[in-house]
Design a protein around this ligand. Structure first.
Ligand code: TRP
Length: 330
């Protein structure tokens, strides 16, 4: 018997208050530090998550298409690696568009498929879950609204079946090398031997191609990046005038990463009411808003080893722009 969609859905999450506290303390620390910075994870509120969906369709942003191509080609092979369907946990699930490809293949192979999306945007999570439950009549969805760490703790405490955690879109690349290792290790510590991690990682390539992927002609990535300033205005009572900042993108060869900045166009003070602070900017002074690390094949294996994993399979798109890696804990 097929159950009603509502009976196949459970929604969990952390409260918005603790997220706001995290945001406030990150903004305070970042804007009082010698080199001003803000953490990219705060770009993804409901508004930011919507803009990100538009990024995925940009002609310059090859990552999503390359990763989807790999998933489409390998979904069946992926499913066949398992004796029973692993519970599919996903970090930063967004609209789950790419994940559908895997859920499709798993549903063809197995009777019961369980999906546990973890995302910061409750709105996106709820609407995506409804769509998926309609599309897959036997799918069970346990959605978690909150940060990765809270989501993984929830999975560890509440989910007994073997899991395969998806970390797509080269999101690992938005963490510094040390933070990536730390996070991979903490995730590994919640995994059993039969659990897996499927991670999408973008590859090193011509810097010009990389820069364009993060500085599209339509200016969508620019407004995505700007969302963090607007969010400070909305949630912390800031008075940033985003027009007084210029978006800048560079490729840092030494660290192998695209770097994104908001550069002050003039000497100016920005007041943030709820933090009771005034931030002074000089003309030309940058706020470092985002990094996106790019990997060689060697980088991938080194990172995996440092995080406590070995690589089981590695797949590429036709043009070798992007990699999808299945890791197992060691
Ligand atoms: N993980 C994605 C990436 O690094 C996220 C992303 C795409 C992004 N475009 C961005 C993050 C622009 C910040 C700014 O490609």
């Amino acid at each position: 018997m097929i159950q009603q969609a509502s009976q196949r859905l459970a929604l969990h999450g952390t409260d918005a208050k603790s997220d706001l506290d995290d945001f406030a303390s990150d903004v305070r620390a970042g804007l009082t530090s010698e080199k001003k910075r803000l953490s990219c994870r705060f770009i993804y509120d409901d508004a930011g998550s919507d803009i990100f969906e538009a990024i995925c369709d940009l002609p310059e942003y090859y990552l999503t298409r390359a990763e989807r191509e790999i998933l489409e080609r390998r979904a069946q092979e992926f499913s066949q690696r398992f004796d029973e369907s692993p519970t599919i946990v996903e970090l930063g699930s967004g609209s789950s568009t790419k994940t559908r490809v895997l859920l499709n293949a798993l549903s063809d192979t197995f009777d019961d498929v369980h999906y546990v999306p973890i995302d910061i945007s409750t709105e996106m999570l709820a609407s995506t879950a409804r769509d998926l439950l309609d599309a897959f009549p036997k799918l069970k969805v346990t959605a978690f609204a909150g940060e990765y760490n809270d989501g993984l703790r929830f999975v560890h405490d509440e989910i007994d079946e073997p899991t395969c955690t998806l970390w797509l879109g080269s999101s690992v690349g938005n963490l510094s090398r040390e933070d990536a290792i730390k996070f991979l290790r903490s995730m590994r510590d919640t995994m059993d031997g039969h659990d897996r991690l499927l991670a999408g990682m973008d590859l090193k390539k011509d810097p010009e191609v990389l820069i364009q992927a993060y500085n599209d002609r339509a200016g969508v990535t620019e407004s995505f990046n700007r969302n963090i300033l607007l969010r400070i205005n909305r949630e912390l009572g800031g008075d940033f005038d985003p027009d007084q900042f210029e978006y800048k993108v560079t490729y840092n060869e030494d660290l192998g990463r695209v770097e994104m900045y908001q550069v002050s166009r003039m000497n100016q003070n920005v007041h943030i009411r709820d933090l009771d602070m005034t931030v002074s900017f000089e003309e030309g002074e940058p706020i470092h808003t985002e990094n996106s690390h790019k990997y060689s094949l060697e980088d991938i294996d080194t990172l995996a080893a440092q995080g406590g994993y070995s690589r089981e399979v590695q797949w590429f798109d036709d043009l070798d722009r992007f990699s999808l890696n299945l890791f197992k804990p060691v």
